[in-house]
Design a protein around this ligand. Sequence first.
Ligand code: FAD
Ligand code: SF4
Ligand code: SF4
Ligand code: SF4
Ligand code: SF4
Length: 411
Amino acid sequence: MSKKGDMFYAWTTDAAIAEKAELGGAVTGLMKFMLEKKVVDAVFAVKKGQDIYDAVPTLVTDPKDLAQTAGSLHCGTLLMSKLVKKYLDGASGMRIAMTVKGCDAMGLYELAKRQQVNLDNIVMIGVNCGGSVSPVTARKMIREKFGVDPDTVHKEEIDKGQFIIEYEGGHKGISMDELEEAGFGRRPNCRRCKMKVPRQADLACGNWGVMGDKAGKATFVEVCSEKGAKILDDAIKAGVIKTEAAPEKGIEMRKKVEGSMLKLGDKWRAKDFAALGEGRERLKKIIKDTSRCIKCYSCIEACPICYCVECSTKKPYFVPPGQVPPSFMFHLIRFAHIADSCVNCGQCQELCAMDIPNSLHMHAQQVELEKMFGHVPGVDMSLPLLALVEEREERDRLHAIGSDQIFDIFK
Ligand code: FAD
Ligand code: SF4
Ligand code: SF4
Ligand code: SF4
Ligand code: SF4
């Protein structure tokens, strides 16, 4: 019987899945097992659409359709958690197994704290994540840095610090450091991300630490919950997943890579936040950046923390309607509501019609709040800072100083 903290090499015994899978197909094998045994009603994963730059979220209810979801799409910059809330009713009436990167898992936790998704109905199969590349950047990078027509590329991978492509005519790899120095590579939020092994999930799966004859053919699985342990044990018993204990050397190697990735995340945070300035300078920079805003609402639509039926940014006494760019209050409202809980998923920046570095702005504020209050969003079910504000106490305090309004909006 496996238990939380156990570590294995794992692979599927299903040939069709193994052929399409990234590293032995343990993830898709487990998904298929759960669907066949009716542990879940559906699997929520990602499949290739038109090409490798087109990652399509997909809900699968027939186990025979699962093989098409195997494989890693590094140019897939989706956030799966918001989609569960938006389109799957927060898993309230359906049991779902889903593949989650660190940001997906963090988003699910933040939504669960707010009763917007039901984690009891979700099995999270985590995938380690070194980062993803925006499809637009990937195409430009492949054309300009690799000298290859992006439409001829049929496979990409990120391995040993390199972005590697296979295309009609060969394969080529360039170090991520070199690509990032040239302004390409991973998304800016991914460079700052420190959720490399999503241990909030039920299992955390990845290639780091897989060595010897299993390299490229098996996935390193860390058991992160009792739920995860039971699913893995049952799948092994049924003969659909094979495992062997991860060797000490592999465990050490994985730990080392994770450590270096965390250091790299710190390096990028220091660089990006320094470029944003401090205090008044930072405020001025944010006001300048957001002066390009066309109020398209993409940032709000995409953010996992934004789900309010009546968004304050639409209230005319906060943000006067009919103005483009909107008053800075539009952005201040988002900072006030989200900064304590931002999971740095990058969606508000990725999808911004005006390329405003929204995610950088919000992440920088979140890290400041984390320093002040010690609250880390997305890692567990501890409540966001704003939930801990005692309204009664705050009102009494304001009353004592002669006002019951934080600011008088009706003046
Ligand atoms: P498969 O059976 O091939 O299943 C892969 C699963 O991932 C499928 O469910 C698929 O739908 C889903 N998926 C594919 N693309 C995405 C996406 N963009 N977002 C969400 N789900 C997706 N492991 C490491 O150890 N180090 C890394 O740096 C690393 N980076 C990764 C970056 C990304 C963007 C992804 C998706 C995965 C990354 N992994 C990393 C995990 C690794 O690539 C494999 O997914 C893992 O080892 C499982 O292999 P498998 O053969 O069992 O998976
Ligand atoms: Fe991966 Fe982190 Fe980027 Fe999400 S934010 S895609 S977990 S590196
Ligand atoms: Fe993600 Fe942006 Fe929302 Fe932060 S503010 S959680 S980066 S969408
Ligand atoms: Fe809700 Fe504030 Fe986001 Fe609007 S900006 S959806 S009010 S959290
Ligand atoms: Fe403004 Fe960009 Fe948000 Fe659209 S996505 S409302 S342009 S900040």
